[in-house]
Design a protein around this ligand. Sequence first.
Ligand code: GDP
Length: 395
Amino acid sequence: MGRRKKMVERVTALMNEPEMIRNIGIVAHIDHGKTTLSDNLLAGAGMISKELAGKQLFMDSDEEEQQRGITIDASNVSMVHQYDGKDYLINLIDTPGHVDFGGDVTRAMRAVDGAVVVIDAVEGTMPQTETVLRQALREHVKPVLFINKVDRLINELKVDSQEMQIRLGKLIDHVNKLIKGMNEERYKAGWKVDAAVGTVAFGSALYNWAISVPMMKKTGVSFNDVYNYCREGDMKTLAEKCPLHEAVNDMVIRFLPNPLQAQEGRTAVIWHGDRKSEIARSMATADAKGHLAFMVTDISMDPHAGEVATGRLFSGSLTRGLEVYVSGAAKPNRIQQVGIFMGPERLEVESIPAGNIAAVTGLKDAIVGSTVTTLDGMTPFESIKHASEPVVTVA
Ligand code: GDP
């Protein structure tokens, strides 16, 4: 069987197993390394070739496709990652890093359950780090931390091993103060990031390595080893021993919630209908047999398929030909194509169950923020707001 066909089988099998799905976003202040990290995760998972990471070209065993170099707008991508001998499907939503795109970050946060917050080890937290963190917490999206550009601490700032530990510790403390200041209840409920537990990883997206406490245990590479490899300029060995995608994806799978764990808390925040209703229960449990509840978070134009609505499916199943109500529209719409993501490619399927991020065509009345449902009169999801609030001051 060809590589592509195998991947199609893995992805379509995983979409039916919500425990094996993680819907996540990567958020960062501009230039802290979000793009470099995303491309490396995809390349590491074999979804794009390592040489082409950054150019966003889908890797395929089909040589012709490679030669044609299919370029895809990779605003939604997926990866299959193996953790503890099991396959997981990680759906990654792209979030713009620039401050002007705050609204888009909020949209992306609506679709996901967890976020990897990327921070430049040298620059530390910046205003946009605070904004994206606040947006995540407001949408009930759980954070983990990736401290990037650690190579710069050693090679540019020439800090010693002890100083490096102190700096990283201070950065983690600062992020925790922000989380506590923004949402104390969540902070106390275990959303504090903790290097000892494994909710913090640090490394270098540029040089393809990352480490965390669980990764140290797994690989036998110590903090001092990391420091020494960096100082000696041997990033290659470090990348072989501690590959970036493994450290980060392991952290995502182990510490960010799957849709079954996340949806009750998330829908309580983003949907204010009757909590005792059938649809509330169905969304809380990601019931694929319940009424449809799909929230549109992005609309894009596809040269072949036309307008594509991407979003998060909280309840029911999206099926080709299904007649649905779009919030605010007078008449029902009919779903034409239904797709999930495989790498940066959209893969057409018959039906997609709750818990997934899906792309559909045929929703001619949908806009970003629309609620799409089979339940006539369903209370729509809360509108997507990008509120700019004063920055939390941390002493
Ligand atoms: P984004 O704006 O957050 O998407 O940041 P990019 O991924 O575009 O990275 C911004 C710049 O930082 C680019 O020049 C990268 O090559 C560089 N960069 C990213 N990760 C690292 C890293 O781990 N170490 C170093 N030294 N530079 C990095």
